[in-house]
Design a protein around this ligand. Structure first.
Ligand code: DP6
Length: 361
């Protein structure tokens, strides 16, 4: 498929007004997207678990307006006007307009809320942009009724990607691949696809307890970080490694090989941060408590033989990953030994989820 396939036929008879609500989850990458080309095309493939509890809920209210020579929208977070969200949405509208030609015909009210604290340092761009893309797809469906569900999901993912790369992995679950790579059939740079191969029971209901180590604003945004992969001394090796890791992950997922899963996922997390530390300018997003937690996880794993591991996003928070059947002991360890390293002892218990849902009012 190409971008052209997402350009719809001309619409006739614009509907006057309406409203639609979607909830869409966040996701956590196992093989990380870090580095992008023009038009939000990733430099390397990535794969993520869709989450279940960390979600954005967005209501889009649309009403036809007189003039169609500008975008018109207002944004609210938990009922409060958020003008500082507008530039990102303006850019998103500009990018997706060729694929949603009705955008200038309406005034939009975007009302959004998260199930997790906004200032938790959890990326709300994946859940937020995917929820908005799905709301816009619902408007489009009023005009193009003939699309298959598969096509609609692909287009929602395609649009979400243009808002924030990782958002394209939040439309469906439970494992999503984004980025063309030889080892995964039908993988695409344009949108996320469901991981198409066998996945062992060990990885069903996998748990993710998110330790909120630092809730402050990040010193460096993901977008700036991605751009620092241009002219990065290790870029080519890193991109090749991501392709290899996806290939390596296939037999691991199929056979339920937890030991090698842990090694691959932790190595990916540390490589992501190593890329940040070796870019120019360089930066460190981990905090002392991030390292305390990692060391405690390693020690606990060695002592108990349990399959606890961690991954990191572009920030200081730690995602603690483990199989469902080890929940009791691992959660006890988290509560007794790791929560002290969290800001205000805050953490979120999440697990693998199955993607976004429309909410009918
Ligand atoms: C470290 O999707 O937030 O979480 O495309 O610029 O919006 P933009 O970046 P974003 O980057 C996420 C990077 C990551 C790794 C990942 O989720 O794969």
């Amino acid at each position: 498929m190409t971008e052209q396939d997402f350009i719809p036929e001309k619409y006739s008879n614009l509907i006057e007004s309406g409203s639609v609500t979607w909830e869409s989850p966040s996701n956590i990458a196992l093989v990380k997207y870090w580095g992008k080309k023009k038009h939000q095309i990733p430099e390397n493939p990535s794969i993520s678990f869709t989450l279940n509890e960390c979600k954005t809920i967005t209501t889009l209210t649309y009403s036809k307006k007189e003039s169609n020579d500008y975008f018109s929208f207002e944004v609210f977070l938990e009922g409060k006007k958020k003008d500082d969200f507008k530039p990102k949405i303006q850019t998103f509208f500009e990018r997706v307009e060729p694929y949603l030609p009705f955008l200038r015909d309406y005034h939009f009210k975007i009302e959004t809320k998260n199930t997790f604290p906004h200032s938790s340092g959890i990326a709300s761009s994946a859940s937020g942009m995917s929820a908005l893309a799905l709301c816009l797809m619902s408007v489009e469906k009023l005009y193009n009724t003939g699309n298959t569900e598969e096509f609609s999901n692909q287009k929602a993912s395609f649009l979400a990607r243009l808002g924030s790369g990782s958002a394209c992995r939040s439309i469906e679950g439970d494992l999503i691949v984004w980025g063309k790579t030889d080892s995964i059939e039908n993988s695409s740079d344009l949108f996320g696809v469901k991981y198409p191969y066998k996945v062992h029971e060990n990885f069903k209901n996998y748990q993710d307890t998110i330790l909120l180590v630092d809730k402050g604003e990040k010193q460096v945004s993901s977008t700036v970080g991605h751009n620092l992969m241009h002219n990065h001394p290790f870029a080519e090796q890193r991109f090749a490694q991501a392709h290899n890791n996806l290939n390596t992950l296939k037999p691991i997922l199929e056979t339920g090989d937890l030991k090698n899963f842990i090694a691959l996922v932790e190595s990916e997390a540390l490589t992501l941060h190593a890329m940040m530390m070796t870019s120019m300018p360089y930066f460190i997003l981990m905090k002392p408590n991030t390292l305390e937690i990692i060391n405690k996880i390693w020690r606990f794993r060695q002592e108990t033989g349990l399959h606890i591991s961690f991954t990191l996003d572009a920030g200081a928070n730690v995602h603690v990953l483990y199989p469902k059947k080890e929940t009791r002991q691992i959660l006890e360890f988290i509560k007794n030994e790791l929560v002290v390293y969290c800001q205000n002892e805050q953490y979120i218990c999440d697990q693998i989820g199955f993607g976004a849902n429309q909410i009918n009012e």
